[in-house]
Design a binder for this molecule. Structure first.
Ligand code: NDP
Length: 402
C-alpha cells in the first residue's frame, strides 16, 4: 500500500505514470502533477483507457516554488515523490520533501538555470538533513545515470575483486524521421552535449574539447556506430563509490547530421543560455529553440530502431585473474511506443524510475540520507528490470574495443 506523486508530465513522466499504473500491487494511489495540468490530464486519460480501473489524480504545481509543493504534499500525503520535471527543480522539491516529511527520487542531478554545469555537490549537501528527518533520497534513477550505475554495482558485487576500467556506452540507433530533434528535453540535452569532454584517469579529471575523442564501437544487434567521449553525471558518483577505478569514461553515439545541426545551432548563438533582448522582451535563445523543435514526447509514433546502453568493465575477477565484462540492454522505440505512447529514451528513463520507487516502497532501498543508486543492493532492481520491459544481457571475456 503506497501513495506516489510523480512531478513532470513530459516524455519521462508519461512512462513513469504508465509503469506505476501497471503495478497496482505496489502503488495503490497515484498523483501526476506538473506545471501544465492539461498534459497530466491527457496522460491520466490514456492510462484510464489502457488500464480500465486505474485512476490517476492530477494537479497543477510550479515546482520552482517550495510553498506550492509543500501545500500539494500536505494535501496528497505521498510516501515518495518521483521527480521527473527538469534538473532545475531538484533542490526546491528536496526542500519541500524535508518540510513535509516525504521521500524523494530523481533521474538527473541539479543544474542551476543560469550556468550549464551539473554536479552532485548541491544534492549531496542535503545528506545530513534527510538523515536527521529519517527520509530517503535516491539520486539518478533513470537509465544513465541509473541502470548504468546499478550495472556497475552488480559487476562489482558478483564478478570483480577489483574494478579498474569502466566505459559506459550509450547508443541510439533509432530513426525518428525528423531532420533534427532531441530525445529528451532539448534545453537540458543541448546543454549536456555541447560542454567540454571530461573523464576520470589516474585519480584526476582529464578535460578535452567537445567530441574530441571518438571511434566506432560495435553495439549488439546494431553494428558499428561512431561514438564520442562526453562527460556524464554518473561518472562523478561512480569514481567516488568505486575508488579502484583507474579510468572511467562515457561514450555516446551521434550521427553526422546531428553534429552538423548542433554546430550550426551553437555558431549562430541559439544555444546561448543568457537572456537577449528581442522586441523589448528578454528571451533565452535555447528556451526559444526548445519552443520550435519537435517535442521529444511526440517522437514515438514513427520511431524505428533500438537503443543500446551498457557498461564495459575491465579488472580482476574474484580470484585475481584479468576479466572483461559487458552488461547491456537494447530497447526498441516501437515497442516502447506501443506500450506507453512514448519513445525509447523516455521509456529507458521512466521504467528504472518506477523500479527505484518500487524498491523503496518494498523497503529494499530505504535508508535515511541522500544516496546514489549504486549504494543500494543491485540484485532486486535488476530482477525487476527484466520483468518490467528492459531485459539485460552479459558478455564475458570478449574484446571490449575501448
Ligand atoms: P520534458 O521537457 O518532456 O518534460 C518535463 C516536464 O516537467 C514537463 O511536463 C514540464 O512542464 C515539467 N516542468 C518543467 N518545469 C516545471 C516546473 N517549474 N514545475 C512543474 N513542472 C515543470 O522532459 P523529459 O520528460 O524528456 O525529461 C524529464 C527529466 O528526465 C529531465 O530532468 C531529464 O534530464 C531527465 N532524463 C534523465 C535520463 C536518464 O537516463 N537519467 C534520460 C533522459 C531524461 P511543461 O509541460 O509545463 O513544460
Amino acid at each position: 500500500m503506497s501513495k506516489i506523486l510523480i512531478i513532470g508530465a513530459g516524455g519521462v513522466g508519461t512512462v513513469v505514470a504508465h509503469k506505476v499504473a501497471a503495478n497496482p500491487e505496489q502503488f495503490t494511489e497515484i498523483m501526476l502533477a506538473s506545471r501544465t495540468v492539461a498534459k497530466c490530464n491527457a496522460v491520466a486519460d490514456a492510462i484510464g483507457t489502457r488500464y480500465g480501473n486505474r485512476k490517476i489524480e492530477t494537479a497543477q504545481v510550479n515546482a520552482d516554488h517550495v510553498d506550492e509543493l509543500v501545500g500539494l504534499f500536505n494535501r496528497f500525503r505521498p510516501e515518495i515523490v518521483i521527480n521527473v520535471a527538469l534538473p532545475y527543480q531538484d533542490l526546491t522539491i528536496m526542500d519541500a520533501c524535508l518540510a513535509a516529511g516525504v521521500n524523494y527520487l530523481d533521474t538527473a542531478n541539479y543544474e542551476p538555470p543560469e550556468e550549464a554545469k551539473f554536479e552532485y555537490k548541491w544534492q549531496w549537501d542535503y545528506h545530513d538533513r534527510f538523515k536527521e528527518a529519517g527520509l530517503t533520497a535516491i539520486l539518478g534513477c533513470g537509465f544513465d545515470p541509473g541502470v548504468t550505475s546499478v550495472f556497475t554495482a552488480y559487476a562489482a558485487k558478483h564478478y570483480f575483486k577489483e574494478l579498474q576500467y569502466l566505459d559506459i556506452v550509450d547508443c541510439n540507433a533509432g530513426d525518428h524521421g525528423k531532420a533534427f530533434a532531441t530525445n529528451f528535453n532539448p534545453e537540458i540535452n543541448i546543454r549536456e552535449v555541447t560542454q567540454k569532454g571530461k573523464y576520470w584517469e589516474d585519480g584526476q579529471w582529464v578535460y578535452t574539447e567537445p567530441h574530441a575523442i571518438h571511434k566506432p564501437l560495435h553495439y549488439p544487434h546494431i553494428g558499428a556506430k561512431e561514438s564520442y567521449v562526453i562527460y556524464h553525471e554518473e561518472l562523478e558518483s561512480l569514481v567516488k563509490h568505486f575508488p579502484t577505478l583507474k579510468r572511467a569514461r562515457f561514450w555516446m553515439t551521434f550521427s553526422q547530421e546531428y553534429l552538423t545541426h548542433l554546430r550550426v545551432i551553437q555558431n549562430i548563438g541559439m544555444a546561448r543560455i543568457d537572456p537577449v533582448l528581442y522586441n523589448g522582451v528578454e528571451i533565452v535563445p535555447i528556451q526559444f529553440l526548445k519552443a520550435v523543435l519537435p517535442d521529444p514526447g511526440t517522437l514515438g509514433e514513427n520511431y524505428t530502431g533500438n537503443t543500446s546502453i551498457g557498461c564495459r568493465l575491465k579488472g580482476l575477477d574474484k580470484s585475481g585473474n584479468p576479466l572483461t565484462y559487458y552488461i547491456y540492454n537494447n530497447c526498441s522505440h516501437a515497442e516502447a511506443f506501443k506500450e506507453t505512447g512514448a519513445q525509447g529514451v523516455s521509456y529507458t528513463t521512466g521504467v528504472p524510475a518506477m523500479i527505484g520507487a518500487m524498491m523503496f516502497v518494498k523497503g529494499l532501498w530505504r535508508k535515511p540520507g541522500v544516496f546514489n543508486v549504486e549504494e543500494f543492493d543491485p540484485d532486486p532492481f535488476l530482477e525487476q528490470l527484466n520483468i518490467q520491459g528492459l531485459p539485460w544481457h552479459e558478455i564475458i571475456n570478449e574484446d571490449l574495443e575501448v
